[in-house]
Design a protein around this ligand. Structure first.
Ligand code: UD1
Length: 417
């Protein structure tokens, strides 16, 4: 069990860089399976989930070589179309190999995914979309067996909800399908546009990625691709909230400020001032935050993965904030831990009611997922005394050297393994 021990009180100051988005690089790794040869992805963060996905595709036959912030993936002509149960259960994004393997091999065996515990996270939209492209599924002993007897064909798929994963699975499945696929009500996240850009470097024909209608003309085969991953807006946003909660001033570089528009707007309403350039944001925190209401929504709405960090900030606001969580019904396990620090946060159905307190007071608390872990560390930075965040390995799944980067900004933080 890893522990992060934080002594509160230091204001974060300085400059921090972010690397490529976890939620983009995981998909690039899967996309490499579509074409034999050597692919290269630059701006890759060295985080646990990226290493896990590298293990998933290595089991399938690829070889991954990490060097600095790049990864080279060599994909052979023959693949083993199965994802191992122990890895899939640790990371929900592994379900994306379904679309890629159906496209490349016409079959796939993938365990039902696990990942963060945010309540029930079904994959019905993935399966319905793939079925309309000619795939057939059978669940045997917890393993989904997929085949595409006549090969995948283009289809018009209207998603019930703009699911990120379902949009990506369909994108991966359709780039080599016969004919044209149209994904309606597609997710518009920047990471989807980034996946499409990588696929286009491989020879795919895709129109409209980043909008709610994506059209894909299937091609006979793809070539290896090379791509620089889009910056991680969640890593960037987390350091900005760090500046906000400590009343400090932080410049995040190598990011895309436009991908954080809604989050910056809400930080502004909370009393932060900020300035943006082409690839940087400088944010100064207020002496005490103002309360803010918002709802999490698909992009370009407020990102659900920034909700816990924002709750930490608003727990110290001068007044009451209400947050509505629309993406995950049960993303609230961290709130009990935040309240142990003295926050006054209540859950009412899908709403979080945050009555701002004047101070938090450090104690031992447990991280339960990536963003909750980060949010609790941020709360610890603002709390009086020492906050020990247990189970901090959750944070390693999504942040490269989180304690090191915070310490470089002036935080008093130590890691114990
Ligand atoms: C991705 C991100 C995750 C982020 C989420 C929303 C990765 C690796 N993860 O997750 O960090 O929080 O987008 O921005 O990129 N749903 C269904 N049926 C389906 C698919 C989804 O009911 O077939 C539900 C989910 O349970 C969830 C909601 O739709 O409640 C959103 O899920 P989705 O957009 O698919 O998120 P992920 O791709 O899993």
């Amino acid at each position: 069990m890893a522990q992060l021990v934080v002594t509160g009180g230091a204001r974060l100051r300085g400059t921090v860089g972010v690397l490529g988005a976890k939620n983009a690089v995981l998909k690039h790794l899967v996309a490499t399976l579509l074409a034999p040869g050597i692919h290269r992805i630059d701006n890759t963060p060295d985080i646990v989930d990226v290493r896990l996905m590298a293990q998933v595709i290595s089991h399938i036959g690829a070889s991954c070589r990490f060097e600095g912030t790049s990864v080279e993936v060599e994909v052979p002509d023959e693949l083993l179309p199965e994802a191992p149960i122990d890895l899939v259960r640790r990371m929900r994004a592994s379900i994306l190999v379904l679309g890629a393997l159906l496209a490349r091999c016409g079959e796939a065996r993938v365990a039902l995914p696990g990942g963060d515990d945010f309540g029930s996270r079904p994959i019905d939209m993935h399966l319905e979309g793939l079925e309309s492209m000619g795939a057939e599924f059978e669940l045997v002993h917890g393993v989904l067996r997929a085949i595409a007897p006549g090969g995948l064909h283009g289809a018009e798929v209207m998603l019930e909800f703009p699911s990120v994963g379902a949009t990506e699975n369909l994108l991966l499945a359709s780039v080599m399908a016969r004919g044209t696929t149209v994904i309606g009500n597609a997710a518009r996240e920047p990471e989807i546009q980034d996946l499409a850009e990588f696929l286009v470097t491989m020879g795919a024909v895709i129109r409209g990625a980043g909008t709610s209608t994506i059209e894909i003309d299937g091609v006979g085969g793809l070539d290896p691709g090379r791509h620089r991953a889009v910056p991680d807006r969640l890593e960037a946003g987390t350091y900005l909230v760090g500046a906000a909660i400590t009343g400090g001033e932080v410049t995040v570089i190598d990011c895309v400020p436009g991908h954080l528009r809604m989050e910056l707007r809400k930080l502004g309403e909370a009393g932060c001032s900020y300035e943006v350039g082409k690839d940087w944001v400088t944010l100064s925190g207020p002496e005490r935050p103002r309360p803010v209401d918002f709802a999490t929504l698909p992009y370009p709405g407020f990102h659900t993965d920034m909700h816990p960090q924002m709750v930490s900030l608003l727990s110290l606001a001068e007044g009451t904030s209400v947050i509505t969580e629309n993406i995950y019904a049960a993303r609230f396990r961290y709130i009990g831990e935040l309240n142990r620090l003295g926050a006054d946060v209540q859950i009412e159905g899908q709403h979080v009611i945050i009555r701002g307190v004047t101070a938090l007071s450090g104690c031992p608390i447990d991280a339960c997922d990536i963003r909750a872990g980060a949010a609790l560390v941020l709360a610890g930075l603002a709390a009086d005394g020492v906050t020990t965040v247990n189970d901090a390995e959750h944070i390693d799944r999504g942040y490269a050297d989180f304690p090191g980067k915070l310490a470089a900004l002036g935080a008093h933080i130590e890691r114990f393994d």
